[in-house]
Ligand binder design. Structure first.
Ligand SMILES: C[S@@+](CC[C@H](N)C(=O)[O-])C[C@H]1O[C@@H](n2cnc3c(N)ncnc32)[C@H](O)[C@@H]1O
Length: 326
C-alpha cells in the first residue's frame, strides 16, 4: 500500500523581527542566499528593498514560489545556485542574508530523505544532484563515516555507529538507518532528542558540503558588498555559528602592521560588528515557533577596506576535505 506524504508545514521565517529592526530602513539591492520558502525575500521587498536577488540550490524552492513571485515583477530575481559563488550573481550589494541549514519544507517532506521520523529514500541532497546520503553510508570507508559523525555531528559514539553501518549496509531508506542507530545507542529517555539526530545532521552537512559552502559564501559576500552594506547570518547549531563568529572576529580586527610605526600601518578590518553577541529568539518567537530555539543571528557592516584572501586557519573547521567513497 502506498502511504501518501503529508503536506509539509509552511516554513516560518526565523528571527525576522530582529533582522528587520537591525537593517531598517531596508533599501537598495539585497541578495538572499537561502531563499527557501521566500520568507525573508518577501519581507525585505515589502519593507522597501528595491530588488532582491534570491538564490537557492534547491530547484523545488522556486517551483513553490511560482504562485506569488510574479507580484514583485522585476524587483525579484531568482537564481538557482550555491551561495558559495554569490559574487558571480551580483556585486555592489546593499545587503546579503544567509539563513543556514534546511527549510521545514525540505525536512518535513519524507521523499527528500532528511527525516529520521518519516520513512523516505536516504537522499538529503538540497540541490537534488551529486552523491546522496545512501551513496555516502554505502560507499565511504568506516573511518570516514566515523569522522563525519564525530566532526559534523559531535556524536561521541561515532565509531560504534560507523562499525554497525559498515556491518549492516547497504541502506536505502531513512528509517533503516535511523533504526540501526537507535539499536546501537538505545532509545534515549523521554524528552531527549532522537538518537539519530546527530548522525543525520552530520551526514547532511557532509554530503551538501555545508561548511565549505559557508566559508566560501562569507568570503564571496565580503567581495560583493558595497561599503556600508550589511551581512546578516542566521545559524542553527554551534559548529556553524563558530565558523561565522570566527570569520567575523578575524575580519573585524584592526591590524597593526608594525609596533615601530603603528600609525602608518594600521589596517582596518573588512567588517564592523553591529552586535558583539549573537541574537537569539525572544519568548514570543520561541512560543510561536519552537524550531527557532537554536537559531543565532550575527550582523556586520562592510567597511571600505579592500577584500583580501582569508586564512581559514583557526576557524575550527573540521578537517574532512574529501569523502572517500569506495
Ligand atoms: C532555513 S531555509 C531558508 C528559509 C528562508 N529564509 C525563508 O524565510 O523561507 C535554508 C534554504 O537554504 C538553501 N541552502 C542551503 N545551503 C545553500 C547553499 N549553499 N546555497 C544555496 N542555497 C542553500 C536550502 O536549500 C533551503 O532552501
Amino acid at each position: 500500500m502506498m502511504v501518501a506524504t503529508p503536506p509539509a508545514a509552511p516554513h516560518i521565517p526565523v528571527l525576522l523581527r530582529p533582522i528587520l529592526n537591525a537593517i531598517a530602513p531596508v533599501s537598495g539591492t539585497w541578495l538572499d542566499g537561502t531563499f527557501g520558502a521566500g520568507g525573508y525575500t518577501r519581507a525585505f521587498l515589502d519593507a522597501g528593498a528595491d530588488q532582491v536577488i534570491a538564490v537557492d540550490r534547491d530547484p523545488l524552492a522556486f517551483e513553490m514560489a511560482k504562485g506569488w513571485a510574479g507580484e514583485y515583477g522585476t524587483r525579484l530575481k531568482m537564481v538557482e545556485g550555491n551561495f558559495a559563488q554569490l559574487d558571480e550573481y551580483a556585486s555592489d550589494l546593499d545587503g546579503v542574508v544567509l539563513d543556514l541549514g534546511v527549510s521545514s519544507m525540505q525536512l518535513d517532506r519524507a521523499d527528500r530523505g532528511f527525516s529520521f521520523i518519516q520513512d523516505g529514500p536516504l537522499d538529503m541532497r538540497m540541490s537534488q544532484s551529486g552523491p546522496s546520503a545512501a551513496d555516502f553510508v554505502n560507499g565511504a570507508d568506516e573511518a570516514t563515516i566515523a569522522d563525519v559523525l564525530f566532526q559534523y555531528g559531535e556524536e561521541r559514539q561515532s565509531r560504534r555507529i560507523a562499525r554497525a553501518i559498515v556491518a549492516d549496509r547497504p541502506f536505502s531508506r531513512t528509517l533503516e538507518l535511523a533504526g540501526l542507530i537507535e539499536r546501537v545507542l538505545g532509545r534515549g529517555k523521554p524528552g531527549q532528542s532522537h538518537p539519530a539526530t546527530r548522525s543525520f545532521q552530520a551526514i547532511r552537512i557532509a554530503i551538501n558540503d555545508e561548511f565549505g559552502a559557508l566559508i566560501a559564501g562569507l568570503e564571496a559576500a565580503e567581495r560583493a558588498l558595497k561599503t556600508g552594506g550589511k551581512l546578516v547570518v542566521v545559524t542553527f547549531h554551534s559548529l556553524e555559528d563558530r565558523i561565522v563568529k570566527r570569520f567575523l572576529a578575524s575580519r573585524s580586527e584592526t591590524r597593526q602592521g608594525s609596533r615601530y610605526a603603528p600609525e602608518a600601518l594600521v589596517e582596518e578590518g573588512q567588517f564592523k560588528l553591529l552586535s558583539r553577541k549573537a541574537i537569539g529568539p525572544d519568548d514570543i518567537e520561541l512560543s510561536e515557533n519552537p524550531r527557532s530555539r537554536s537559531a543565532k543571528l550575527r550582523i556586520a557592516e562592510r567597511t571600505g577596506a579592500p577584500s583580501t584572501p582569508f586564512s581559514r586557519k583557526g576557524l575550527g573547521l573540521p578537517r574532512i576535505t574529501e569523502m572517500k567513497l569506495i
